[in-house]
Design a protein around this ligand. Structure first.
Ligand code: IPM
Ligand code: MN
Length: 368
């Protein structure tokens, strides 16, 4: 019987509440599908920082390396200056554990309201592969003449060829796996005829960022040669914002750098019904990966049992998938779909059920 060691970081605000629901579902899956979960809680976050001044030490990161995966609720506290916890905990973990992929599936489930008029679940079903350890997020930059009228601030978008290539390769491999059983529905008959099975779109800004995205563009096209069965496309980041709204059905996978990936996945989350349903995984394919919902800590809803746990539950499901529990993964997905159909809305306060009720319903569904 497989036993998985999971580090649990509930974090701040509603983080611990949604993580509790995810764990409820995971534990039900464990007893049904014959694996065990050994969870260890870590109190990293704003509360601890305010009490002790500790953010996250190198020793603590080392401790986390001993786990099979990390399950995180949310980090951020209204009483802590922006940047301290984000950089000190979340980004430090992504960087130190070399979680170089931020995987964000975008899927509109049945019965979920999208603000995109006329769009159905068939139209919104793609995955964003966001590079997660480079770009503007490296923190490289400086102030010059700080505090004077002549002040200059520089923040560099830094990418190495290796960084870009491993990300792009991951993306192509993922699209290939995604359609191992049957080709992507968005392909035209001619494209299927030619042997294409899926499509990957590079999102960049080659008309202005002529260093960083030139590197991305060249790497993307070179790597594409190893994947003749994947159709490729390119969109500037501004244009992609139009297409994600007007014609999301044109996307199967989007690969992009860290900053653009951050921005477009919030937009994508809205199209799939809001932050309450958007899961994500910070992946190191050969190390420890960390799974966290895209949403933040929603401090004003803390402790009210009103927040939507679906994103955290789908995040837990992604974690199980990553660990290799395919059957359990599929069944959590089915159970979640069924419960989503019963919910009145994905929005806080309009769900028709409390946070814990939704976790219970999915658990019951899973057991049946
Ligand atoms: C996200 C968040 C983080 C990011 C913040 C909290 C540092 O917005 O996971 O998308 O920018 O990556
Ligand atoms: Mn973000």
């Amino acid at each position: 019987m497989n036993n998985y060691k999971i580090a649990v970081i509930g974090g701040d605000g509603i983080g611990p509440e949604v993580v509790a629901e995810g764990l409820k579902v995971l534990n039900a899956a464990a007893s049904k599908y014959n694996f065990t979960l050994e969870t260890t809680d870590f109190d990293f976050g704003g509360e601890r920082y305010l009490k002790t001044g500790e953010v996250l030490s190198d020793e603590e990161v080392e401790q986390l390396r001993q786990f099979d995966a990390i399950y995180l609720g949310g980090i951020g506290h209204p009483d802590v200056k922006p940047g301290i916890l984000e950089k000190g905990i979340l980004l430090k973990l992504r960087f130190d554990l070399d979680q170089y992929i931020n995987l964000r599936p975008v899927r509109l489930y049945e019965n979920v309201t999208t603000p995109l008029k006329g769009k159905t679940p068939q139209d919104i079903d793609y995955v964003v592969i966001r590079e997660n350890t480079g770009g503007l997020y490296t923190g490289i930059g400086e102030f010059q003449k700080k505090g004077t009228p002549d002040e200059v601030a520089i923040q560099s978008m830094v990418y190495s060829r290796k960084q870009v290539e491993r990300c792009v390769r991951f993306a192509f491999d993922l699209i290939k796996k995604r359609h191992a059983a049957s080709p992507w529905k968005g392909l035209s008959p001619e494209e299927k005829e030619k042997g294409f099975v899926g499509k990957l779109t590079l999102c960049g800004k080659t008309n202005v960022l002529t260093y960083a995205y030139d590197l991305w563009d060249r790497t993307f096209n070179e790597v594409a040669a190893d994947y003749p069965e994947i159709l490729t496309d390119y969109c500037h980041v501004d244009a992609i914002c139009i297409y994600m709204i007007e014609s999301p059905q044109r996307f199967d996978g989007i690969v992009t750098g860290n900053m653009f990936g951050d921005i477009i996945t919030d937009l994508a989350a809205v199209t799939q019904g809001g932050m309450g349903v958007a899961p994500s995984g910070n992946i190191n394919p050969s190390g420890v990966s960390m799974f966290e919902p895209v949403h933040g800590t929603a401090p004003s809803f803390t402790g009210k049992n009103v927040i939507n746990p679906i994103a955290a539950i789908l995040t837990a499901q992604m974690m199980l998938n990553h660990l290799g529990e395919k059957e359990a993964t599929e069944n959590i997905e089915t159970a979640t779909r069924k419960v989503i159909k019963k919910m009145k809305s994905m929005l806080v306060g309009e769900m028709g059920y409390t946070t814990t009720e939704i976790g219970d319903m999915i658990t019951e569904q899973l057991k049946s």
